[in-house]
Write a protein that binds this ligand. Structure first.
Ligand code: SAM
Ligand code: SF4
Length: 329
């Protein structure tokens, strides 16, 4: 692997997350405010620009790309983008994070286009709660999407569940059972303080340790050696050995020392850290006369400024003004 994508803390970056749109058909209470202004379409990277940037990253050692958003599956013709990215020599993994509302129709074409794994967000199994947490969504659409994906052949499917006290913390066991019974992985996520979403996030904090304690009362938990190269720490259960239970715990178990990822926003800002604003305007570079090598050099220099870690706290303060839909998690 190339060693060019190193930051000042000797972290190697082999994983790029690309937000292909900041728009979404849902308005999850932890992700967005009720009223959102989205980036004008002309400012969004074109598929050709995304493909070029992806090639530059892969030629410098990136091996995994995740498409995210906003909701990536609402961008028209996403299948053609997946095919283009999949064709990049050297890319080992193309994966997607979605809310699942369009998966019923897109699961098969995504698989055929070469997408290997999908993460699907699911925070509740109760229809009225789903409508409350997503502000506008219908649970059955996401459940239909999960079913469709299960029958297509993806190597692994994972549920992502943001756990918030007072919203869904009492459903941890039920959602876990839903995942395990279907051979799905599941990751529980501590809510991160990105953007003013109009509620006090501090009141909703529910730690990964509390979740683990709940699970320990119901399953025989085993430490898993599995790693997807990300911030998740994994457990397995003796009862359902095919599934992994992950914890993404920005508050209770800082994972910054092993950070291997960079994020590209829909308007082409290369964000060096989810919890800080240090970034590089890649759209300006790809719309200039610079060649790929010159752009690579700009990225390598920017990486030197990657902060050591985020400074998230659970006191309910907004710490980063940007909302999560801008960067895709
Ligand atoms: N729309 C897709 C979805 O919901 O899966 C992809 C984009 S969404 C921003 C990516 C992931 O970020 C989702 O799993 C979502 O639950 C998570 N997320 C959004 N806002 C968050 C926050 N403030 N803290 C922690 N996770 C968050
Ligand atoms: Fe949309 Fe995903 Fe954000 Fe929910 S978490 S509002 S589905 S982008």
């Amino acid at each position: 692997m190339s060693t060019r994508w190193l930051d000042s803390y000797a972290r190697q970056h082999d994983y790029l997350r690309i937000s292909i749109t900041d728009r979404c058909d849902l308005r999850c209470v932890y992700c967005m405010a009720e009223d959102m202004t989205f980036v004008p379409r002309a400012q969004i990277l074109s598929f050709e620009e995304i493909e070029r940037i992806a090639r530059i990253f892969v030629s410098n050692g990136v091996r995994k790309i995740r498409l995210t958003g906003g909701e990536p599956l609402i961008r028209p013709d996403i299948i053609s983008l997946c095919k283009k990215l999949k064709a990049i020599a050297g890319l080992e993994e193309l994966v997607i994070t979605t809310n699942g509302t369009h998966l019923a129709k897109l699961a098969a074409p995504l698989y055929a286009a070469g997408v290997q794994r999908i993460n699907i967000s699911l925070d509740t199994l109760k229809p009225e709660r789903f409508a409350q947490i997503t502000r506008v969504g219908k649970l059955e659409k996401t459940l239909e999407g999960i079913e469709a994906a299960r029958h297509v052949g993806f190597s692994r499917l994972k549920l992502n569940t943001v756990v918030m006290r007072g919203y869904n913390h009492d459903e941890v066991l039920e959602i876990t059972q839903f995942a395990l019974a279907r051979g799905l992985d599941i990751s529980f996520i501590e809510e991160m303080p990105l953007g003013d979403v109009g509620r006090d996030r501090g009141l909703g904090f529910f730690s990964s340790d509390e979740i683990q304690a709940l699970l320990a009362n119901n399953y025989t938990l085993i430490q898993s050696t599995a790693s997807t190269g990300g911030p998740s720490r994994y457990l397995q259960t003796a009862e359902f050995p095919n599934s992994r239970i992950g914890f993404i715990s920005p508050h209770s178990h800082n994972f910054c020392s092993t950070c291997n990822r960079l994020r590209l926003t829909a308007e082409g800002r290369l964000l060096l850290c989810l919890g800080n604003e240090h970034s590089l305007d890649l759209r300006a570079l790809v719309r200039s006369t610079l060649d790929d090598q010159a752009i690579s050099q700009h990225i390598a220099r920017a990486l030197i400024n990657k902060p050591q870690q985020h400074q998230f706290t659970t006191d309910g303060e907004v710490q980063v003004v940007r909302f999560m839909n801008a960067t895709g998690g």
